[in-house]
Each structure stands twice: as structure tokens, then as C-alpha cells.
Design a protein around this ligand. Sequence first.
Ligand SMILES: NC(=O)C1=CN([C@@H]2O[C@H](COP(=O)(O)OP(=O)(O)OC[C@H]3O[C@@H](n4cnc5c(N)ncnc54)[C@H](OP(=O)(O)O)[C@@H]3O)[C@@H](O)[C@H]2O)C=CC1
Ligand SMILES: C[C@H]1O[C@H](OP(=O)(O)OP(=O)(O)OC[C@H]2O[C@@H](n3cnc4c(=O)[nH]c(N)nc43)[C@H](O)[C@@H]2O)[C@@H](O)[C@@H](O)C1=O
Length: 323
Amino acid sequence: MDPAAFKPQSLDRDAKVYVAGHRGLVGSAIWRKLESEGFTNLIGRTSTELDLKNRDDVFGFFSEEKPQYVVLAAAKVGGIMANNSYPVDFLSENLQIQVNTMDAALENDVERLLFLGSSCIYPKLAPQPLKEEYLLTGHLEPTNDAYAIAKIAGILQVQAVRRQYGKPWISAMPTNLYGPGDNFSPTGSHVMPALIRRYDEAVRDGTETVVNWGTGSPLREFLHVDDMASACLFLLENYDGPEQVNVGVGSDVSIKELAETVASTVGYTGRMEWDASQPDGTPRKLMDVSKLAAAGWTASVSLEDGIRQTVDWFRDHRDSFRG
Ligand SMILES: NC(=O)C1=CN([C@@H]2O[C@H](COP(=O)(O)OP(=O)(O)OC[C@H]3O[C@@H](n4cnc5c(N)ncnc54)[C@H](OP(=O)(O)O)[C@@H]3O)[C@@H](O)[C@H]2O)C=CC1
Ligand SMILES: C[C@H]1O[C@H](OP(=O)(O)OP(=O)(O)OC[C@H]2O[C@@H](n3cnc4c(=O)[nH]c(N)nc43)[C@H](O)[C@@H]2O)[C@@H](O)[C@@H](O)C1=O
């Protein structure tokens, strides 16, 4: 990555900004961040109001609204089981959402666009930590290869638009995210919300043994979604380059350690077991975040504080997640 790509970009606080996926974990955090930083003209649409898979509707929306900036945080998203069970949905829906949104953004002359990918774009057995240049250097993790291919296509589309049309569009690759507003579905979610819900329910139900998926040995890095939103604005204000930029905290924990922290945070004192018939996924995916750090951005929410805050949020909202 060319360090010169990190340079101040002027952003107009009164520009119309379309946050695609503004009700999701990431999109809602980006919306809050932009509002708190003085952006006055944010627009969003639910998937019911505007299905980004519907190309005609997407083109109609862009030609009517004419947003100047776009944050593309709408996607079909899920944890290891959802990705492994519904690969064609993750491939096809994400490709449609991305291609329609970026094509319509190009046709309507969107000035700045930020595409969100994921750390799963890197090869399963790449050296750690994962540097941006490891993209397309090896085989993907099979539990999420379909989703990863869609995300890689998104990075390439951003790069191709830059090359062919000279637009200053960019891509960010977040590590595993968590925080208020996450998806707490027991089977569809990522590990953090799954564990918070499972251990919180175990405490309330007096369950003596809680079973987690896999062996507990995989290592994962967790970034609080408010940090992710802050990094997104930082990139929009400070980065103009073709290469995707990693966003993470720079350290990881084993799933077993994570489960123990969640259990102790919610006050669970029973037994913990592991169901090794469930997939572990990739053994490790620690992001190399030195590019972003050198440019002046680092995460600020500690894992312990972030888990405590997310547990509190879940407890305040858990009735809406029952069933
Ligand atoms: N969560 C994580 O750990 C990580 C997430 N990311 C990336 O961050 C981005 C946001 O993820 P996250 O916030 O977690 O996901 P969520 O599932 O929380 O939110 C996804 C959003 O996308 C919208 N959406 C989905 N399908 C459509 C559609 N067909 N038309 C219009 N809108 C649609 C949903 O809208 P609605 O609510 O209206 O249905 C929802 O607001 C994604 O690109 C994801 O790949 C990357 C790495 C890790
Ligand atoms: C962000 C990222 O998210 C996905 O990749 P992942 O990191 O493997 O996702 P995960 O959070 O679902 O699991 C992490 C680890 O945790 C273990 N684990 C234990 N117990 C539960 C559990 O109860 N639920 C879940 N989901 N996992 C569990 C699980 O077995 C695995 O070892 C991608 O598909 C892709 O979408 C992507 O980019």
C-alpha cells in the first residue's frame, strides 16, 4: 500500500450521505457516528423499502435521491453456521446488493463510496497477522468461501471503478465485529452475540452445563462496532487508495477464552463443554492493522468493556430476542 494514499480528504458535512444497511449492526453505528460528527443530510432505506437486489429499484432510488457519498454496509451477514448452510444465498445476494449499488452509484456520479468487506477474504492459512497484500494468495476457508468471493468481487469493483473512472472510492476490511444492535439469533449469529445470549439465558434458567460449538481453540479478533464506525469516518476523511484497508484491534483471543470472559461477565458459574462436531472455521485470522495505525487511527474500546456494554444492551433488549 502506498503510504501517500493516506492524506486528508475534504468531506462536506452537508452532503447527502446514503448509509446502505442503516438499521444493521454496522450501519446503525455509522449513522450515529456521522450524526455526532455533524453530518446533516443522512438517508437510509430498510430492505423492505428498497431491496438492493432489485436493480431497477436501486437505479430509481439513486436517480431520485442523488446521494453524494455512500457507505455500503448492507449485506447478507451471518456466523459460521449460516455461511456454511446457505452458501449460495451469501454469494448471490451479496453480489447483487454490491453490483446494483455500485453500478447505480457510478451512473449517478457518487463522489465517495466506502465498501465494507471482511477479514474472511484472506486465505485460510495465510501468515499471521494478515497483511493487506495477502489477498488472493491462497485458498479460502471453506465455511465462508462463497461470502468471501462476493466480498473479493466488491473490492475488485471498487478498484476497477477507480481505474476506469478515476473515482476516489475505497474499501475497508473489518475483523469480527460486535456491539449493541447485533444479531442475537442462536443459530444465525456470530460467536459473540451467540455466547452472550446462551450464557445469559443459562444464568436465568439455572442451567448447569452450557455447550459451545467447535473445539474452542480457534483464535479470533473482536472490534467494537463504535470503533468500526470511527474507523470508517477516519478512512473517508484520510484515505484515497485502491487497496483495501484492514480494520481491527491487533490482538486476538481463543474462543475458549472468549466464552470464559462472557460467562464471568454474565455471572455464569456452571460447566462449559465443547461440541467438536461443529466446525471451527479458520484457525486464526488476526488482522495486521499497522497501515491504519501508522495513519493515526487505533481502536479504543477494550474487549472487557465492550463485552460488558453489549451484555448490558442485550439485557435491556432481550425480550425482543426471545424465541
Ligand atoms: N458483523 C460482523 O462481524 C462483520 C460485518 N462485516 C460487514 O459489515 C457490513 C455490515 O454488517 P452487519 O451490520 O454486521 O450486518 P447486519 O446483518 O447487522 O445488517 C445488514 C444490513 O443490510 C441490510 N440488507 C440486507 N439485505 C438487504 C437487501 N437485499 N436490501 C437492502 N438492505 C439489505 C439490512 O437491512 P434491514 O435491516 O432493513 O433488513 C441490514 O440493515 C457487511 O458488509 C458485513 O459483511 C464485516 C466483518 C465482520
Ligand atoms: C465475521 C466472520 O464470521 C464468520 O466467520 P467466523 O469468524 O468463523 O464466525 P463465528 O463468529 O460464527 O464463529 C467463530 C468461532 O466461534 C465458534 N463458536 C463457538 N460457539 C459458537 C456459537 O454459538 N455460535 C457461533 N456463531 N460460533 C460459535 C465457531 O465454531 C468458530 O470457531 C464468517 O462466516 C464470515 O461471516 C465472517 O466474515
